[in-house]
Design a protein around this ligand. Structure first.
Ligand code: HEM
Length: 136
């Protein structure tokens, strides 16, 4: 069980590296003053987003293994799963924003992306407190 939990935490951490960095690239992209900078950022965003998907899937597989395989559950897990669904939605929405940048259809400014970048921080904090403290 501890190997599965270790792999769960490793892939959650790697996934979050992308969830923190991709919106930061969007902040810079929204401020880009020339096409060369915008193209370079777009290439970085595409590579990073492509890399984040298998990390997300592996984090979820090991999490489900812990929950369904070892039967580790409780009310905290239901709250955690609600936040995980929000996180998957956030990941997917980043893909939509990336498509908008690629098509020259981005409508948000860098300030909007700075606030958008804070959402994974809040979700991570809540999930870690739920799974470690298990308040209910
Ligand atoms: C389908 C999604 C997920 C499921 C079913 C799941 C399930 C679990 C379970 C059952 C544990 C073991 C808890 C224990 O041993 O007390 C665990 C540990 C953990 N999970 Fe998840 N998890 C999921 C996604 C996530 C996500 C997205 C995060 C981060 C935001 C996360 C962070 C953690 C952490 C930090 C631990 C280690 C807690 C400890 O060692 O006490 N999990 N997860």
């Amino acid at each position: 069980m501890l190997w599965v939990k270790s792999l769960h935490i490793i892939f959650v951490t790697a996934w979050f590296a992308g969830l923190f960095y991709l919106p930061r690239l969007f902040v810079n992209h929204a401020m880009a003053g020339d096409a060369a900078t915008a193209d370079r950022l777009l290439a970085m965003e595409r590579k990073l987003y492509r890399f984040m998907l298998p990390l997300m899937v592996l984090a979820l597989i090991f999490g489900l293994w812990l929950w369904l395989g070892y039967g580790i559950t409780g009310k905290w897990m239901h709250a955690k799963l609600t936040l995980v669904v929000l996180l998957i939605g956030y990941h997917h929405y980043c893909g939509r924003l990336l498509k908008n940048f690629a098509a020259g259809r981005n409508v948000h400014g860098h300030v909007w992306y700075r606030w958008f970048n804070e959402i994974p921080v809040l979700i991570l904090s809540a999930v870690v407190i739920l799974v470690v403290v298990k308040p209910f």
